[in-house]
Ligand binder design. Structure first.
Ligand code: ATP
Ligand code: MG
Length: 380
C-alpha cells in the first residue's frame, strides 16, 4: 500500500506520527531535551509546572539549576558516563524547584546518536514520584523511631532489673543491721548472732558485687585484662578444678574430651573462664534433679576458630525459652539462687572476643556452643 503513497504523503504521515507521539508524551511525562553538552534546548509544560521555572528561565541552562544537592557527585558522574557512551540511564532523582521545595522524579535519559554512534542530543523523560518517595521516607523515619524506642525500652527494662536485683539485697542488709543495733541496745547480742548476721551481710554484698561485675561485662567495659595466648586444655582443667567437689556431691559425671595440647586461643583468660564456669554451673543446676546426670565438654579445631561444646544430660531447652534465657535477669532459679545474668554476661564476653555463644538446637541433649577465634587480632 505504501507503494502508492507519494514521498510527500509519506513525509506528512511520519511528521503527523511524530507529532502525535510527542503530544502523547507531553501529556504523560515531564520532558526535556538537551544538547550534547547538557544545555537545555526544550522543556514541556509539565517540566515548567513541576520545577516552577518559566520556559525562558530554563532554556540555555544546565540541569544543575534544579539540583537538590541530595545526590553524590559520583551519582551524576555515573549518569553522565552512561549517557555519553550512548547508553540509556534510568534512576530516581531528587530535584529542587525554584521556590526551594523538593520533588522526586523517575528519570529515563535516552541519547540520540549520530550515525557514528555519538550522542548529539539527549531526551529526558521523567515522572513525578514525590508522593511515593515521601511516604517511603515517612515509613523509614517511623521505623528508625521505633527501633530507637525499642532500644530505649530494653535499656529501661535492664535498669529496672538492676534496680530490683540490687534493691532486694540492699534492703535485707539494711534490715539486718537495724536488727543488730536493736539487739545490741537490748544487751542481747551474743557473738554467734553478730557473726551470723555478718555472714549474711557478707553474702549479700558478694551477690551485689557479682551483679555489678556482671553489669560491667555487659556494658563491654569488663575486660580490661590483657589478651593472652591461652592453652584451652589448661583453662578447662582449671575451671573443672574449682567445681569437681560439688559434682561428686551431686553424683554428676563430668567428661572432658581429648584436647590437642597445642590448641590455644588468644583471650582474656579470667573472662573466658567465667563463661565456662557459668555454662558448667548452669548444666549442673539443670541436671541435679534428673536420674541421669552427666556433663560432657568437647573441643574441636575448626580452622581459624575453636569450638567448645558443653553438653549435659538434659533434654534441651524448649523452643519458647531459647531466646528468653539469653536475656539479662531471666532465671528459673529460686530467689537468691540465680541472678539470671550468667548467659547474657557470657554472650557479651564471647562476643567481645569476636566469637559466638549459641545453643545447638539439633542436639538431643542440652548443648551450648562457644565458638572462639584462635586469634582475635585477625578477625576484628
Ligand atoms: N544447661 C541448661 N539446661 C537447662 N536450662 C538452662 C541451662 N542453662 C541455662 N538454663 C536456663 O537459663 C536460665 C538463665 O541462665 P543464666 O545463666 O543466664 O542465669 P542463671 O543461671 O539463672 O543465674 P546466674 O547465672 O546469674 O547465677 C536459667 O535460669 C535456666 O532456666
Ligand atoms: Mg547461670
Amino acid at each position: 500500500m505504501s507503494d502508492r503513497l507519494t514521498v510527500e504523503e509519506q513525509l506528512e504521515r511520519t511528521e503527523k506520527e511524530v507529532d502525535d507521539l510527542r503530544r502523547a508524551l507531553d501529556q504523560s511525562s515531564i520532558v526535556a531535551l538537551t544538547d550534547s553538552a547538557g544545555k537545555i534546548t526544550y522543556v514541556n509544560d509539565k517540566f515548567c509546572e513541576i520545577s516552577k521555572y518559566s520556559r525562558e528561565e530554563l532554556i540555555g541552562q544546565n540541569h544543575r539549576i534544579i539540583n537538590s544537592g541530595h545526590h553524590s557527585k559520583a551519582f551524576f558522574v555515573d549518569l553522565w558516563e552512561t549517557i555519553a557512551s550512548g547508553k540509556i540511564w534510568k534512576g530516581e532523582v531528587k530535584n529542587k524547584a525554584k521556590d526551594g521545595t523538593y520533588y522526586w522524579v523517575f528519570t529515563t535519559i535516552v541519547p540520540f546518536l549520530t550515525s557514528k554512534g555519538r550522542p548529539f542530543k539527549y531526551v529526558a523523560i521523567r515522572t513525578d514520584i514525590t508522593d511515593q518517595k515521601t511516604s517511603q521516607e515517612q515509613i523509614e523515619a517511623q521505623r528508625a523511631a521505633l527501633i530507637h524506642s525499642e532500644k530505649m525500652a530494653s535499656v529501661g527494662e535492664l535498669a529496672a532489673g538492676i534496680a530490683h536485683e540490687l534493691g532486694n539485697p540492699l534492703a535485707t542488709v539494711r534490715g539486718r543491721m537495724e536488727f543488730l543495733k536493736m539487739q545490741v541496745r537490748a544487751g542481747n547480742a551474743p557473738p554467734e548472732t553478730v557473726l551470723q548476721t555478718a555472714d549474711t551481710v557478707e553474702q549479700l554484698c558478694d551477690r551485689m558485687a557479682s551483679i555489678i561485675r556482671g553489669m560491667k561485662a555487659l556494658s563491654r567495659d569488663g575486660g580490661n585484662d590483657p589478651f593472652q595466648k591461652t592453652q584451652l586444655g589448661d583453662l578447662l582443667n582449671d575451671v573443672l578444678g574449682f567445681t569437681t567437689e560439688s559434682f561428686q556431691k551431686h553424683g554428676i559425671k563430668v567428661h572432658l574430651g581429648a584436647i590437642d595440647g597445642r590448641l590455644a586461643v588468644w583471650c582474656q583468660e579470667t573472662q573466658i573462664s567465667q563463661v565456662f564456669v557459668n555454662l558448667i554451673n548452669n548444666a549442673k543446676d539443670a541436671i541435679k534433679p534428673l536420674d541421669e546426670r552427666w556433663i560432657r565438654i568437647d573441643v574441636a579445631d575448626r580452622g581459624t576458630d575453636v569450638e567448645i561444646t558443653i553438653t549435659d544430660s538434659g533434654k534441651g531447652i524448649p523452643k519458647e525459652l531459647r531466646e528468653k534465657i539469653m536475656q539479662p535477669f531471666f532465671t528459673t532459679k529460686p530467689m537468691g539462687k540465680g541472678s539470671g545474668l550468667g548467659l547474657s554476661v557470657s554472650t557479651a564476653i564471647v562476643e567481645n572476643h569476636g566469637g559466638e555463644l549459641t545453643i545447638d538446637e539439633r542436639s538431643p541433649n542440652t548443648c551450648f556452643v562457644v565458638r572462639l577465634p584462635k586469634d582475635q587480632r585477625q578477625s576484628s
